[in-house]
Design a protein around this ligand. Structure first.
Ligand code: TXA
Ligand code: MG
Length: 356
């Protein structure tokens, strides 16, 4: 359903939406579910409101925000912006959904320059989640919303994650259950030629390319590409998606014992009585390490995507000191999964890069 017509059937739901809408019109922020991750929303039209997002999350102010809409018409009716031709086949197929597009800020566009972080473009997403859409529709405001985690922490995929990070800092969290996609939207820029993938996410690069109409030429944005550099100095990168425990990401190891032994050899850390977590997906089956907590991410890309951030938070709850993660190939959902994992990791051990 691509219209903004939605009937609110239940009295309780209506009361929640009414309360949330009142807060939003008062320039306050609200935690709410989307199909990707929970968002921390405020009116995109109010700089005062959007500043509260940055304050609650402790987010650096130079990182722009995505505005969420509940109908395609809002782009014209509220932002006074024409959608560039190139986006039309893409949004016809993938909106509503986990896709954000970058648009030029045209004259008269009322988007706050706190949302754009002073750039001449702004990003828009039409989520599929019913609660998200009902909230936007009910308040009749486009909602600027980053992920509702404390800055640097893994993104929240359950309401309890938002509460854990932001309790006492925001007036309301709407609980809509677990997020179906589990990692953030894909961000594309079609205002440049060739179009660019700025952030891999819930919609795969393959699904975008196959649309044609210019999208087959899509290239990885510089920042996106840079994340795949295999050689990295811990601490040099911008911290993101990081649990308290140290994350070690393995690539190309079919056997978990081989992988962990390689870590021991490399680091000189014998692990001894350390409590560790092992996040397994496609190949790692069992292991003989003591004190280990095994968390299964699932085998299909969709499952891994859905479970990843919650697994990192679970490992922290159990106070492990190291999280060992089985990496996946970078096809389909794998590109976004490895993007998030490589940012969360302080160390990456690639079997194919080991010189014997
Ligand atoms: O799935 C999502 O996109 C979630 C949910 C809540 O919708 N939101 C989210 O927002 O992940 P955030 O703020 O964590 O990430 C926004 C991303 C950043 O990588 C930012 O740099 C990029 O979108 N972005 C926003 N506006 C942009 C612009 N004008 N040009 C380029 N990139 C932009
Ligand atoms: Mg985020």
């Amino acid at each position: 359903d691509k219209s903004n017509k939605m009937t609110i059937t239940d009295k309780h739901t209506e009361q929640v939406l009414e309360g949330a809408s009142k807060l939003l019109h008062d320039s306050q922020v609200v935690g709410f579910p989307t199909e990707t991750v929970y968002g921390l929303g405020a009116s995109s039209l109010s700089s005062n409101a959007v500043k509260r997002i940055y304050a609650a999350k402790n987010r650096p102010a130079d990182n722009p925000l995505i505005s969420h809409i509940s109908s395609i018409n809002m782009i014209k009716d509220i932002f006074h912006t024409e959608i560039p031709e190139i986006y039309k086949p893409l949004i016809a197929k993938y909106w509503p959904g986990p896709l954000s597009i970058v648009l030029p800020v045209s004259e008269g566009c009322p988007v706050s320059d706190v949302v754009t972080a002073g750039q001449d473009t702004f990003a828009v997403r039409f989520p599929v989640d019913k609660v998200a859409r009902a909230l936007i529709q009910y308040s009749n405001l486009p909602l600027a919303a980053p992920s509702a985690n404390a800055s640097t922490k893994p993104s929240p995929t359950k309401a309890e994650h938002v509460l854990y990070d932001l309790e006492g800092k925001i007036p309301l969290i709407i609980d809509g259950g677990q997020c179906q996609v589990g990692l953030e939207s894909t961000v594309v820029d079609g205002t440049v030629d060739p179009p660019m993938l700025l952030r891999p996410g819930g919609l795969s690069l393959e699904d975008i390319s196959k649309i044609g109409h210019g999208w087959e030429k899509i290239v990885l944005g510089k920042k996106t590409a840079g994340q795949y550099e295999k050689v990295r100095t811990p601490g040099m990168k911008y911290k993101h998606y990081s649990p308290t425990a140290k994350v070690v990401l393995f690539e190309g190891f079919n056997d978990v014992n081989d992988a962990i032994n390689e870590y021991i050899k490399k680091s000189g850390d014998l692990l001894d009585d350390k409590k560790i977590a092992i996040l397994t997906s496609r190949n790692w089956e069992s292991n003989s390490f003591k004190h280990s907590l095994v968390i299964k991410l699932g085998k299909a890309g969709e499952e891994i995507q859905r479970n990843l951030f919650a697994a990192l938070r679970d490992a922290d709850k159990h106070h492990v000191s190291i999280i060992f993660v089985e990496g996946v190939g970078e096809e389909d959902e794998g590109l976004a999964i490895m993007n998030r994992l490589s940012k969360a990791a302080s160390e990456i051990i690639d079997k194919n890069a080991i010189v014997v």
